[in-house]
Design a protein around this ligand. Structure first.
Ligand code: ATP
Ligand code: MN
Length: 476
């Protein structure tokens, strides 16, 4: 049996014989192998007495090679580590030719590593990011399970095109070279696999609502897809979304839950990912120090995470936010690309970031948005012009959560559907929820990668998901 390096580094070195398996990070002076097995950030130093080994065997050891090493685990003689293995036996599972293996022990740019996405997890940064991502994902399930929520899986292929959250990818089994045509000469989707046009889902919300109306409190955690052509550092075409949906919750309870949820998962990684977060904190600090002063983050990574965990999110209505923005310096000096002059304007990320990073300097929950700029299912307020929507805005990220109290009144919902030009028949089952035992309910969606982005201090959403899908890119 071999031992995981993480477990080994946590035990006292007393000369015991152990075996470890992993990949070579570096091999120095024909003597020091730094071995990493992914269980932890740290490498294990393995000391080779080259006189005891065959030269051809040692030639096979280079960065990237997969090895099994057996030896005695002892206190380290050198600086830089407290324990090491005095190697007695080496088995080479697989070599990595240094002339062609792309991940060498030097600084590679993230752009370069994106092209080597199948190998980049063998770097310290990506392994740290992916371990934090995995821990966050466990933290998500842990939080909801402990709160009594039921995990539901909503469909990935959807037949409804009224989800209203953006452009969709079509799913089709038709022969693209020779699709069946209808009388009007258009593609006849009745002859397609499902007998109708279908797409990849942009959100599991509408289906999750049906389950909340029976199970009470539910959450989804699954992939969602958007064919929007937004080539930003915060948008993916395929991303993972967490969507809780709760019967009998009003908007305030919805905001309370969202805030408690985010704090809980961040607290979870603070407690369980010390080493990776300390490493990412240092990386973040280095990265920031290379930026011009005005663009630097005022806080370090760990500082930011702790700040979010310890401080109340600032709750501000859309109307108040518009007043603040209208009277803000950048607006008066015409620094915004989209100047704010009228109530009703949709907020762009420059406005969101001003509110969070410059004005409030804390996460902000904006609520009660104009009905015109929000989806049909959000509950209409008494004023007849705003809806019970809430967005959570984060420093450096912008929108991390979008949610609302849902419209539970059949007549009001029907009016909104009509006003937005959506076919009522498409949503017959959604309307049924308002006909049979309707009840107030609320929910939200959190983009998982935006959370990982915040928690790891990485600068580009493409670097917090194993294989990013973005416009013009679906490699691997
Ligand atoms: P944005 O304005 O930033 O494009 P949105 O208003 O389209 O976001 P929603 O439809 O409310 O977002 O989706 C809920 C959450 O999903 C967002 O708060 C965000 O965290 C995340 N999200 C939305 N679009 C993307 C995307 N293309 N890539 C990654 N995460 C996304
Ligand atoms: Mn969007």
């Amino acid at each position: 049996m071999s031992t995981k390096i993480k477990a080994l580094l946590a035990t006292l070195p007393q000369g015991q014989t152990v075996s470890v398996q992993g990949w070579v990070r570096t091999f120095r002076a024909n003597r020091f192998i730094a071995l990493n097995d992914g269980s932890t950030l740290g490498n294990l130093q393995c000391v080779v007495d080259f006189e005891n080994f065959d030269e051809t065997l040692l030639k096979n050891i280079s960065t990237g090679a997969a090895l099994k090493i057996t030896g005695s685990y002892v206190e380290s003689q050198g600086k830089g580590q407290s324990a090491e293995i005095q190697v007695e036996d080496i088995h080479v599972y697989g070599t990595a030719d240094p002339d062609t293996y792309p991940i060498q022990p030097k600084k590679h740019s993230f752009e370069f590593l994106r092209e080597k996405a199948h190998l980049r997890v063998r770097t310290a940064t990506f392994s740290a990011v992916m371990r934090v991502r995995a821990a966050l994902s466990f933290g998500v399930h842990k939080f909801f399970q402990e709160e009594g929520f039921h995990y539901v899986n909503t469909p990935i292929i959807t037949g409804s095109d009224a989800e209203g959250a953006g452009e969709m990818f079509r799913v089709s089994g038709l022969d693209s070279k020779n699709p069946p045509l209808n009388e009007d000469g258009e593609v006849d989707f009745q002859k397609d696999f499902f007998g109708k046009e279908t797409h990849l889902t942009v959100s599991g919300q509408l289906e999750a609502e049906t389950y909340a109306m029976g199970l009470g409190e539910v959450y989804t955690f699954g992939p969602t897809f958007r064919a929007e052509n937004s080539n930003t550092t915060r948008h993916l075409a395929e991303f993972w979304m967490i969507e809780p949906e709760m019967a009998f919750f009003d908007l305030d309870e919805n905001m309370d839950l969202a805030e408690k949820f985010i704090k809980s998962v961040l607290q979870y990684i603070l407690e369980n990912c010390h080493e990776d977060l300390a490493f990412l904190d240092e990386r973040f600090a280095k990265e920031e120090s290379s930026k011009p002063k005005l663009e630097r983050s005022e806080m370090g990574l760990l500082e930011k995470i702790n700040f979010v965990v310890k401080n109340d999110f600032k709750r501000v209505s859309y109307t108040e936010a518009i007043d603040i923005l209208r009277n803000s310096k950048p607006n008066k000096k015409k620094k915004f690309t989209y100047p704010i002059d009228e109530w009703g304007a949709d907020l762009q990320s420059e406005h969101e970031r001003f509110l969070v990073e410059k004005h409030f300097k804390t996460p902000v929950i904006l609520f009660d948005y104009p009905a015109k700029i929000k989806a049909f299912y959000m509950r209409l307020n008494e004023d007849g012009k705003t809806v019970r929507a809430m967005d959570i805005l984060f420093p450096g990220i912008g929108e991390i959560v979008g949610g609302s109290q849902r419209e539970e009144r059949l007549d009001v919902l029907k009016e909104r559907i009509q006003a937005m030009g959506i076919e009522e028949e498409e949503l017959w089952w959604y309307l049924d929820l308002r006909k049979f035992g309707t009840a107030p309910h609320s929910g939200f969606g959190l983009g998982f990668e935006r959370l990982v982005l915040f928690a790891t201090g990485m600068g580009n959403i493409r670097d917090v998901i194993p294989f990013p899908r973005t416009p013009q890119n679906a490699a691997f």
